[in-house]
Design a binder for this molecule. Sequence first.
Ligand SMILES: Nc1nc2c([nH]c(=O)n2[C@@H]2O[C@H](COP(=O)(O)OP(=O)(O)OP(=O)(O)O)[C@@H](O)[C@H]2O)c(=O)[nH]1
Length: 147
Amino acid sequence: MFKGNASLYSMGETIKVCCAILVDNDKILCAQRSATMSLPHKWEFPGGKIEPGEKPEHALKRELSEELGIEIEVLQGFRSNFHRYSEGKQIELIPFLARIVDGNPDPVEHQAVIWLGVNELVGLDWADADVPIVDEFIKWYRHRRVD
Ligand SMILES: Nc1nc2c([nH]c(=O)n2[C@@H]2O[C@H](COP(=O)(O)OP(=O)(O)OP(=O)(O)O)[C@@H](O)[C@H]2O)c(=O)[nH]1
């Protein structure tokens, strides 16, 4: 007799997605998905799917180069968030604090990118998977040690 957790078996594959919280002069880069992307017009942190066997940091550098034409340095990782969208897609969103080391963000796919102060982040219409990450980042940023 089946005794497992049935919901585990109906969830399907979890897609691993990395994203960058890019900070420069107390501003954070936010990217808006375009009308033709999934989650149209929602705000997110730039990034994308991690390919099989790829290290998350490597995927992040690749995606930011492709999407925004920038080179980044990854500073630290934050706790990932598992989220299942209503259409059934489940993602693990893995955030990293990062900074730009070369280039200016010039979006290829996104509709817009903007730099916002930490206090302004909550005013955006974030993709659902990002909401806990935004909240945790705000708390972390306010309490971080500045040496
Ligand atoms: N890059 C990024 N993707 C996110 C974030 N939040 C979030 O839910 N996602 C989702 O994670 C997936 C990342 O895929 P992607 O960026 O590589 O490619 P994509 O838009 O073509 O994906 P899709 O069309 O298959 O949904 C998308 O489904 C996107 O909606 C985020 O903050 N950054």
